[in-house]
Design a protein around this ligand. Structure first.
Ligand code: HXC
Length: 510
């Protein structure tokens, strides 16, 4: 009996050794943790239950019969994060460079299937050379099996990808279809074709980092959401983030005991809006003063920063915040910000996270770059996302709400449930200057008359009361009372039940 038990321990030790000490040292020398060390940071101590530790590939090509390593380059199973269940896979770069073959893929698919069955999120730690070359088309089949599950799981369970090493070729499409992507600076990259191929095909010389590193994807492309200095920072951030998410679309987000009084007023908000309407102010300040304990987990802070999106809590419950940011491009909506906010709104709606929208928007960004880049289609994404969302939607217009952007940003006309405005709100088809230039074009040469007309327009429209007079704004509120108003609105809306008409699926402008 003792020998049998020892055999078990020997087999376990072989699996734990992965690709061996030399490759583990090489992983550490690059500043990277191993697959198992990463899971130790991510999950509650002692909570990880590994599955399929002894699975091996059955490939015999290219000398592979002699190279079988238990676990086959990916550690899979489940564990808890602050007591809540998560399914995980962590690719082991020390085993065949973390490359994915049939058995490796089957292990990932197994935990994805379990996660779907029980309704729990999947967190994937990606560190892989891509399709395992020796296994040929079986590797491609394995990827496709994972992709198919990513798609079916989308909107059912939250899926988080942490890219912590190479992620190239078609392999990028699994993280791309998950809800959130975190990356580690300098050690991770994502691209469809690498620098060598780029140089051959286009003559461009570019480094891995420039082409698809964490900074490129979190600032330029928006493919990834957040970039971290090292593995540990990234994994600890996933733990914090996980606390905000529901386990599935069948269960509500966790409620955290809130010490922050729901009716806390903040007098400093009364002076947040500068005297001049062209002067910026930082919308983070409003979000932080409204959210419990000032906590705001911002998504994509360095991409399309003219719109802010992220999660906070009110009365301990997760809220999705969407807000124009006047300090960046005056908070205008453009292609990148429309896409960023639309995807966020759709995540919140899929997982029943109420939306709070703070509006200070001068409109959509003019210019050939925007028009030819398809602002019509991309702006429509945000309009579509807000319009189809059935979660509680609360909107506060702090200052400008001009033109189509007024409609788009969770207006009452798009089934906004409670739409508030601060007394500083300006709700109109456009700003005074543009409006007067159009409707009083004949008086253009007369600067005195134009100044008079502008003042008249401002007096008439640069306020919330025209909209409030039509019932489009439910109440004009004191800025200091914003948290209290939102908390009350959220309480009221907890029983909200609204269904869209049956359809196979919609046809959002992609
Ligand atoms: C099998 C692989 C592998 C792969 C790496 N290895 N990639 N084995 N299939 N795809 C093995 C190496 O042989 C090596 O084994 C170990 O992993 C570490 O690799 P190194 O090259 O020594 O490491 P490094 O210098 O850090 O370079 C890492 C790398 C490079 C950039 C990932 O290995 C690389 O370019 N690999 C090929 C990437 C690729 O073209 N993948 C296919 C992409 S297409 P030993 O035994 O020496 O430790 C794709 C299609 C998916 O993924 C399609 C889905 C639709």
């Amino acid at each position: 009996m003792i020998e049998i038990l020892e055999e078990l321990e020997r087999r376990r030790a072989a699996a734990h050794a992965g690709g061996g000490a030399v490759r583990i040292d090489a992983q550490h020398a690059r500043g990277k943790l191993t697959a198992r060390e990463r899971l130790d940071v991510l999950l509650d101590p002692g909570s990880f239950e590994e599955l399929d530790m002894y699975v091996e590939h059955d490939c015999t090509e290219f000398g592979m019969a002699a190279q079988r390593i238990p676990g086959d380059g990916v550690v899979t199973g489940s564990g808890t994060i602050n007591g809540r269940l998560a399914f995980v896979f962590s690719q082991d770069f020390t085993v065949f460079g973390g490359a994915l073959g049939a058995a490796h893929a089957a292990k990932i698919c197994k935990i994805m299937d379990m996660a779907m069955k029980v309704g729990a999120p999947v967190i994937g730690l990606n560190d892989s050379g891509g399709a395992r070359i020796q296994e040929g088309v079986a590797s491609l089949a394995g990827y496709a099996e994972v992709f198919q599950r990513n798609v079916l799981a989308s909107g059912v369970i939250p899926q988080i990808s942490v890219v912590m090493g190479p992620c190239a070729g078609g392999a990028v499409y699994s993280p791309a279809m998950t809800d959130f992507i975190f990356m580690v600076k300098d050690s991770s990259y994502m691209f469809v074709t690498g620098p060598e191929v780029v140089r051959t095909v286009t003559n461009e010389v570019v480094t891995q980092e420039e082409l698809g590193g964490a900074l490129t994807h979190t600032a330029k492309t928006g493919v990834a959401d957040l970039a971290f200095d090292n593995d540990i920072d990234a994994l600890l951030a996933v733990r914090d983030f996980f606390d905000l998410l529901p386990p599935s679309n069948r269960c509500p987000t966790p409620v955290r005991a809130a010490a922050d009084p729901w009716d806390r007023e903040d007098a400093s908000l009364d002076t947040l809006i500068p005297a001049s309407s062209s002067q910026p102010y930082d919308m983070h300040e409003l979000i932080r003063k409204v959210a419990d304990d000032g906590d705001f987990f911002e998504i994509q802070p360095t991409h399309a920063a003219n719109v802010l999106v992220g999660f906070g809590r009110i009365e301990g419950r997760t809220i999705g915040f969407v807000a124009n940011q006047p300090t960046v491009l005056a908070g205008v909506l453009d292609i990148a910000s429309s896409r960023k906010a639309a995807r966020f709104v759709r995540f919140c709606d899929a997982f029943e996270v109420p939306l709070v929208t703070f509006v200070d928007v001068p409109g959509f960004l003019p210019g050939t770059a925007q028009e030819h880049g398809g602002i019509i289609k991309h702006g429509a994404k945000l309009l579509f996302a807000f319009a189809e969302a059935t979660v509680p939607k609360i909107t506060v217009i702090t200052r400008k709400a001009y033109g189509g952007a007024y409609d788009v940003l969770a207006s009452q006309h798009l089934r906004g449930d409670l739409n508030y405005a601060w007394p500083t709100a300006e709700i109109a088809v456009m700003g005074a200057k543009g409006a007067v230039e159009i409707i009083f074009r004949k008086e253009a040469g007369n600067s005195e008359r134009i100044a008079g007309r502008t003042a008249e327009y401002e007096a008439r429209f640069a306020n919330p009361f025209v909209a409030a007079g039509k019932g489009f704004i439910d109440e004009v509120i004191q800025p200091r009372s914003t948290r209290r108003r939102i908390a009350l609105a959220l309480r009221k809306l907890r029983g909200k039940s609204l269904q869209n008409p049956w359809k196979k699926h919609d046809n959002i402008p992609l």
